[in-house]
Ligand binder design. Structure first.
Ligand SMILES: [Zn+2]
Length: 90
């Protein structure tokens, strides 16, 4: 298997990205970001330095559901890319 070859179709990717965008406007997400803690490195950040990350990336079959979304600092997000959580060491 090629590492970055999407396991899902383009339609699914678009749909899940749209859902993620909607979830960014919820109180649930704002509270998560307000905690200021990166899910991966556990360091503290300003809420605006945290981005929404999919634990299981969309292209690898992850969904935009609360259980699959975590706040991540930009560093971890860049390093993680399309890794699965168990393959990623911050
Ligand atoms: Zn981090």
């Amino acid at each position: 298997m090629q590492e970055f070859a999407p396991m899902v179709g383009e339609e699914t990717i678009q749909r899940e990205r749209r859902k993620a965008k909607e979830l960014k406007n919820t109180t649930w997400w704002k509270n998560k970001k307000a905690s200021g803690i990166c899910h991966y490195c556990r360091n503290h950040f300003q809420p605006n330095e945290l981005t929404m990350d999919h634990l299981i990336p969309i292209i690898r079959g992850g969904l935009s559901i609360k259980a699959n979304l975590v706040p991540s600092c930009k560093d971890c997000n860049n390093k993680k890319k399309y890794s699965l959580p168990q393959d990623f060491q911050p």
